[in-house]
Design a protein around this ligand. Sequence first.
Ligand code: AHM
Ligand code: MG
Length: 332
Amino acid sequence: MPAKGCKSVAVSGKRQTLNEFVTSAFRGNSQYDGLDAVISAIAEGSRQIHLQVQAATLADVIGVTGETNVQGEIVQRLDTASSDIFVDVLRNSGRVAVIGCEEIEKPVIAGDDEKHSYMVLMDPLDGSSNIDVAVSIGSIFGIWRRNAGDQVTEDSLLRPGNEQVAAAYVVYGSSTIMVIATSNNVQGFTLDPETGSFAITHPDLRIPEVCPYYSTNEGNFKTLDESTQRAVTALRDTCSLRYVGSLVADFHRNLLKGGIFLYPADLNRPGGRLRLMYEANPLGYVAEQAGGAASTGRQRIMDIMPEELHQRTPLILGNKDVVEKTVAIISG
Ligand code: AHM
Ligand code: MG
C-alpha cells in the first residue's frame, strides 16, 4: 500500500501489454510458434525477481551463499534465487527443451517432445557486484530453436549467435524494463508494479546514430595491448564515460542514449571477461536488430562457433559505426 500522502502510480494505462504484444506478434506465426509462452515465462520470472530486488535487504536475499559458481565467482543469494526462478518458469512454459545458465555447470534438460522447441541460454542475475549497493542489475536471455527431431543433449546448446530467433533482457533499475528482440524488431516494456504486468513504453527501439557515451572499465587500461589502448584513447576524445559495472545496465543506457560498451581482452583476461553464450550473444543480437553491432575486436560475435557453454569472449558492443572504427583500430 502506498505511504500516506503518496499516490500510487499506474503506468500501464491504455498501453499495449506484453501479453497482448506476444499474442499478436507470435501466436499463429509458425516461425515463432510457442515463443509467446517462453517470453511470458521470462516476464513472470522477472516480476518475481523484481519483488526480491525491491525488498532485497529486508527479505534477507542479500549476501553470499558461501559457494563459488562454475566461473569460480562468489555466488550471491540473489544469483541462486534468480537461477531457480527462471529454471522453474521456463520449465513450466512447456516449450523449452534445454536451459543453459551461468550459475549451473551443465545444461538443464527440460523436455524433448516436439512441443519443446526452444533452447534458452541465460545469465539470470547480471551485475552481481551491484546487488548489495542498490545499483541496477539485470537478466539476459538468448533464445534458439531446437532442430526438430534432434535428440536433446548437453551439446545441443553449442550453436552460434547468428542462429538465435530472439533475445531478451531485463533491467531492474529505477524502473524494471524488459526488452525483447526478434528479427529487425526490438520492443521495450516497463513493469507496472501496481498490476504486475508489463506495458509497452519503448516501441521500435533503434540505437541512436549519435554516440555520446562509451562504457568500459578504465581501471584495466594499463593491462590493454597497445592497439586497444589507442582505441580507448580515441573514444576518450569524443565521448563521455559512463560505466555502471552491470553489462545489461550499461548496454541498455547505450541503446537508449547512444553509445559503445567495451570489455576487451587484456593481460589478465586474454580470452575476455564476459560470457559468449548468455551475455555477448543475446545482447549482440539485440544490438544488431536495433541497428548496432557486436564484435570481439577481430570477429563478429554472432559468427563465433562455440566450444563450450561457459566460454568467455572479448566484447565491443553498440553503435555500428563506432564499433567498426574501434575494431579497425584494435585489429589494425
Ligand atoms: P556477473 O554476470 O557475474 O555479474 O559478471 C559480469 C559483469 C558484467 O555485468 C559487467 O559488465 C562486468 O562483470 C564488470 O566487470 P568489472 O568489475 O571487471 O568491470
Ligand atoms: Mg553477467
